[in-house]
Design a protein around this ligand. Structure first.
Ligand SMILES: C[S@@+](CC[C@H](N)C(=O)[O-])C[C@H]1O[C@@H](n2cnc3c(N)ncnc32)[C@H](O)[C@@H]1O
Length: 259
């Protein structure tokens, strides 16, 4: 397929991720390449993915799976459900087009993370980016995430209830959040921390989103208390949420966290 034909094929589809498929072929996604570059640094920057297995839950067009593979990951599994089957988004078609154009060996699994069984397996790294608030019943998924995670889980989410000193989550019964009726919840960092800890993660690091600030959060959660392996070292600017005063320091307006 020549560049013009590939670009035309891409332009017939809806894209979430802006990606360079070839030097002259770029997908026109809702997320710009600059935004994705900032997120890559925050999400994958400190990870040593060489030869590691990785599960990308909510992969949509596959940007994160492709990026992990480029960074040397071994087995990479891209999983999605809603947008892959959606007649307008046609997410699986877009993923397949990008994967073929990039020539990367990525497994695709069409599945709903909320019904994954314990036999799905364990991955050195698990990405759960922009998915939490799309789950109508998100609490049980934390145990699933723990079961899936060998060394590090990266969870990125929209946040709300930031002035509340207690673990809390706002509910959006309609289209309150971004006009999207599939957005159900807005947790604060204390709630995400409590749920990760209850599910069995021993260490949770936090950073504000590199572009949206505290409106979104990036959490790196480890089953073990000390970094190593996929996460050789926690960057100095990450906040260890288990440290005294850490959660309180994130409350907007100076309330006292009691998580
Ligand atoms: C906001 S997009 C995030 C895409 C990508 N992870 C990123 O951060 O750039 C959310 C994705 O999660 C997927 N998703 C939502 N609920 C899901 C579920 N229960 N199981 C698997 N994927 C789901 C959606 O289909 C959509 O592709």
């Amino acid at each position: 397929m020549d560049d013009a034909t590939l670009q035309a094929a891409a332009d017939r589809l809806t894209w979430f991720h802006s990606m360079e498929l070839r030097p002259a072929v770029v997908t026109k996604g809702m997320k710009s390449r600059d935004l994705l570059a900032s997120e890559v640094e925050a999400v994958l920057g400190p990870l040593d993915l060489g030869g590691r297995s990785l599960l990308d839950i909510g992969a949509w067009n596959g940007f994160w799976s492709f990026e992990a593979k480029r960074r040397g990951a071994g087995r990479v599994v891209a999983m999605d459900h809603y947008t892959w089957r959606h007649p307008d988004y046609r997410g699986r078609e877009a993923f397949d087009l990008a994967r073929a154009a990039l020539g990367l060996e990525i497994e695709a699994v069409e599945a709903d993370v909320t019904v994954l069984g314990p036999d799905f397996g364990r991955f050195d790294a698990v990405l759960f980016l922009g998915v939490l608030y799309h789950l109508e019943d998100p609490l049980p998924v934390f145990r699933t995430l723990r079961a899936l995670t060998g060394q590090v889980l990266v969870l990125e989410t929209h946040q709300d209830m930031l002035d509340c000193p207690r673990p809390a989550m706002a509910h959006y019964p309609g289209k309150e959040l971004a006009g999207d009726e599939t957005n159900w919840w807005g947790p604060n960092p204390a709630l995400v921390y409590r749920l990760l800890a209850r599910a069995g993660f021993a260490r949770v690091y936090y950073q504000d989103h590199p572009v949206y600030g505290r409106a979104r959060g990036v959490f790196h959660a480890l089953p073990e208390a000390t970094p190593g392996g996929v996460l050789p070292e926690a960057p100095a600017h990450w906040l260890d949420l288990g440290a005294p005063g850490a959660l309180a320091s994130l409350v907007v307006g100076g309330g006292r966290a009691t998580a």
